[in-house]
Structures are given as structure tokens and as C-alpha cells.
Design a binder for this molecule. Structure first.
Ligand code: SF4
Length: 204
């Protein structure tokens, strides 16, 4: 079994060894404020971070905005604490269009085919945006959740890397108590934490 924590260290060490004075620029897909808590603290000293909020899987639109507001609230706290700037790019929201591909798998359990496709669609958006704006590194915070398969996310990231110019950075943010630490941070900063993943099928 692949140890993604070690793989991640090795990958980041290589990037740092070849680094000039500027920190490497990463486009980081973030799904909500709570899931960003640990990854942002972990990455802020290593990368120049631009967040990509591409989450048309979230239903309804009010919930999308609630999660975005929670993310902005947390980013504000982190920017002040670390005295660093983090930009947030908000991708177009179109749940009805996004949902069409998920409907055939609506009765699947979480972490099944519906979720694989949902993650893939958002990751493709991430790679496309990075290509347009020539951002050399990409990744996602989704591996922090115990309901997301890190193996699937990292394998997919490496596959997409073959089709797009950006390098995917491997992470398994739930390792080393990442999820627990994230929960403590969310509690400390009073960050909204939702009780369902996102789509209407996960709400049931
Ligand atoms: S449960 Fe979450 S990951 Fe799975 S399809 Fe719904 S929104 Fe996407």
C-alpha cells in the first residue's frame, strides 16, 4: 500500500530543492471552510496558495454560499495569523448541469461511483483552470475527509497530470491526525461545519 504521506514529503522536498527565491504557486481545490482548516496551515509556509472553489456539487445554492462564506472567514483568520495573502477564485456554480452526470448513480453509497465521478469533474476543472493561468502545481484538500478515498484522489491527480501541464501534489491530509487537528481549528475559529457532503443524494 502506498504511503501518501511519505510520497508527499518526497515530492515537496524535490520542489523545494529546485526552488528559486519565490515560493511555488499552487492552485488548491477547496470544498468548504472546515476541510481547508488543516491543509491551509500545513501549506501556507511551503506554497504561494490560490484557492479554487469549484463545487457545483453542492445543493442548494444557499449552502454553496454558506460554505464559501465559511472559507472566506477562515482564510481571513489565517492571513492575519501568518501575515500572508491567499487568493480565492470562485468557479461558476451550476448544480443542475453538474447533477446530470450523477443521476445514474444517485442510489450509490458515499465513496461509490457517484462520488468518484463528482471528484473527477471538479479535479478536471482544477487542472483546466491551472492550465489557462499557467499555475505549475495543483492539489485538493478533499483527502482530509474520512469519507473520501485518498488513494482514488491521488491516483486520479497523477493520471490527469499526464493530460495537463500542471504537476499534481500528492497529499493525504487525514494522516497524522490531520482530520482531528482540522476539527480543532474549525472549533477554535467557529467555522461552519455541514452535516452532509454536498449533493441532494448525500442529504437523504
Ligand atoms: S456525496 Fe459528495 S462527493 Fe459524493 S456525489 Fe454527492 S457531493 Fe459528490
Amino acid at each position: 500500500m502506498i504511503n501518501y504521506l511519505l510520497e508527499s514529503f518526497e515530492q515537496i522536498n524535490k520542489i523545494e530543492a529546485n526552488m528559486t527565491s519565490k515560493k511555488p504557486h499552487i492552485l488548491l481545490h477547496v470544498c468548504c471552510g472546515a476541510c481547508s482548516c488543516f491543509p491551509l496551515v500545513y501549506l501556507i509556509d511551503r506554497f504561494d496558495i490560490t484557492i479554487f472553489f469549484s463545487n457545483s456539487n453542492i445543493y442548494p445554492y444557499e449552502e454553496f454560499n454558506k460554505r464559501l462564506d465559511a472559507l472566506k472567514q477562515y482564510v481571513f483568520e489565517i492571513e492575519n495569523k501568518f501575515n500572508k495573502k491567499i487568493n480565492i477564485i470562485v468557479d461558476q456554480y451550476n448544480y443542475e448541469e453538474f447533477k446530470k452526470d450523477l443521476i445514474p448513480y444517485k442510489n450509490e453509497k458515499e465513496m461509490g461511483k457517484r462520488c468518484d465521478l463528482c471528484i473527477k469533474k471538479r479535479m478536471i476543472n482544477l487542472f483546466k483552470y491551472a492550465k489557462t493561468y499557467e499555475i505549475p502545481y495543483v492539489s485538493t484538500v478533499m483527502s482530509v475527509s474520512k469519507n473520501k478515498n485518498s488513494d482514488y484522489i491521488n491516483t486520479l491527480g497523477k493520471e490527469l497530470e499526464e493530460e495537463y501541464p500542471s504537476e499534481f501534489i500528492i497529499f493525504d491530509f487525514k494522516k497524522n491526525n490531520g482530520q482531528k487537528f482540522g476539527s480543532l481549528l474549525a472549533e477554535k475559529y467557529k467555522i461552519y461545519r455541514q452535516n452532509y457532503c454536498g449533493c441532494e443524494f448525500s442529504k437523504r
